[in-house]
Design a protein around this ligand. Structure first.
Ligand SMILES: O=P(O)(O)OC[C@H]1O[C@H](O[C@H]2O[C@H](CO)[C@@H](O)[C@H](O)[C@H]2O)[C@H](O)[C@@H](O)[C@@H]1O
Length: 254
């Protein structure tokens, strides 16, 4: 019996939670310029079938943003760092979150002297990216800090790759994964979470506590137990698991 068959036959199987940027797709210069590898959509669809539907994208983007890059799949997802959830086509979004768009307009005006900075409007949150304008990182950080101070404790700051963002205080990938693990078809399965960024550490912590498998993509300190070097290596590993050539716990320790 091969590794993946053995994994499947030891119990009800895995639930697979996948970060998007830097995990399924390589980091790109801007949020809009991400390139989806041609094999990725079919690979995700095949994995979802093999896992009885228990596959979800867990991302800092909105679910609409994921659908833009993976059209037609309608994957389960936790968007906005766990706040927005779609399972089996049913979308849940917490009530009462303020629309930050007026503040986002003010932020854009403040940062307009630095055209290389990208202000990403997430409606209930906002991110400022300095990947294309590293010389303006300090201004980006200061502007986010000032807005967070104005908004108060209902919001928090999160750091990612060349990005600082404001999100509602209750956001967190760990919460998103825990919520899905209470629902069919996830409940009773063993979670696997794969991510690359600081915001994924929250998800690694939650999944480690559930006795699951955690995989970090790329270098850096992490709570994840296993590591792969790049999104391309992950896509190869996912194909290997699907073909029964690889078990998640065959991966290199982190
Ligand atoms: O949780 P994720 O799916 O990893 O999303 C995290 C953030 O990803 C995006 O920004 C990052 O990827 C961009 C494209 O590769 C890159 O240009 C940027 O520097 C990265 O920070 C996205 O734009 C954010 O909204 C997500 O929070």
């Amino acid at each position: 019996m091969d590794s993946a068959q053995a994994e499947g036959e030891r119990g009800p199987g895995f639930a697979l939670f996948l970060d998007f940027d830097g995990t399924l797709v390589e980091i790109a210069p801007t949020p809009d310029s991400v390139v989806v590898a041609p094999e990725l959509p079919l690979l995700l669809a095949a994995l979802r079938d093999r896992l009885g539907g228990a596959l979800a994208i867990v991302t800092g983007r909105s679910i609409a943003g994921i659908d833009h890059f993976l059209p037609g799949l309608g994957l389960d997802a936790c968007g906005m760092h766990g706040l927005e959830r779609r399972v089996g086509g049913q979308v849940a979004f917490p009530e009462g979150l303020a629309d930050l768009r007026p503040r986002i307009a003010e932020l854009r005006a403040r940062l307009s002297p630095h055209p290389g900075l990208i202000v990403e409007d997430k409606r209930i949150g906002v991110a400022v990216h300095w990947r294309m304008a590293p010389e303006a990182e300090a201004e980006a950080r200061a502007a986010i800090d000032a807005l967070a101070a104005e908004l108060g404790p209902a919001y928090k700051i999160q750091e990612g790759k060349a990005v600082r963002e404001i999100v509602p205080a209750q956001a967190g990938k760990g919460e998103g994964i825990r919520a899905l693990m209470q629902m069919a078809p996830y409940g009773g399965r063993r979670p696997v979470f794969i991510g690359d960024d600081r915001t994924d550490e929250h998800g690694f912590d939650a999944v480690n506590r559930m006795g699951g498998v955690t995989v970090k993509i790329g270098p850096g300190e992490t709570l994840a137990r296993y590591r792969l070097a790049t999104p391309a290596e992950l896509r190869e590993a996912m194909s290997g698991w699907l073909a029964g050539r690889l078990s998640w716990e065959d991966l290199q320790p982190a």
